[in-house]
Write a protein that binds this ligand. Sequence first.
Ligand SMILES: Cc1cc2nc3c(=O)[nH]c(=O)nc-3n(C[C@H](O)[C@H](O)[C@H](O)COP(=O)(O)O)c2cc1C
Length: 204
Amino acid sequence: MVDSIRFDVPGSDPRALTKVLMSAVVPRPIGWISSVDADGTPNLAPFSFLNLLASDVPTFYVATAGRRGGGAKDTLANARATGEIVAHIVDELHAEAMNRSSAEVTPDIDEFALAGVRAVLSSVVRAPRVASAAVTIEARVLSILPIEGSAYSAIIARALCLHVRSDLMTADGFIDPNRLRPLARLGSDLYTTLGRVFPMTRPS
Ligand SMILES: Cc1cc2nc3c(=O)[nH]c(=O)nc-3n(C[C@H](O)[C@H](O)[C@H](O)COP(=O)(O)O)c2cc1C
């Protein structure tokens, strides 16, 4: 057995646990989520608590914490108000733009402008999408699940329409990871890009 440090969750300092968890469950993909409020004002913010829940009927989640001052982040409030979100997969090309859009600003600030990216109309939802994004998923909110005892809520969303930059597709229908060049989140303010990509066949 390896020498280890034990963290019992009850009674532990939540900030210390957050540091350990955020740097242990890595690398996390980054979803750039656009949405609109009930008046149609657009919003754009990155979230690394995001992943697939189902692929046969494509479903994913995005988990949002509360705002520092209390209350819901705009992404959650908009998902609730409109029942729609758009998720973009963040690549290396968009690293700095994504980071600029993570500033906690008032809902009237246009985060597309703040990030310096062009917004274009989506195909099936009202929220605009990032014109230059490598992969975009337009989605309808299935449900919003408050995480018991936590300030987080999970937005569970069903994909309605995907847009994939055409040069990313391989002949056998996958997205080429070396061309996608996804950005991923580590603990603290650290990020990573793809390391070695290698095949491994599953045992039958
Ligand atoms: C790379 C990155 C990942 C983030 N992941 C999350 C996340 O998973 N959940 C969350 O609540 N906030 C996350 N944040 C912080 C939000 O982006 C930030 O609070 C943002 O202002 C929320 O915007 P909104 O109020 O417009 O929704 C992340 C920030 C960065 C830079």
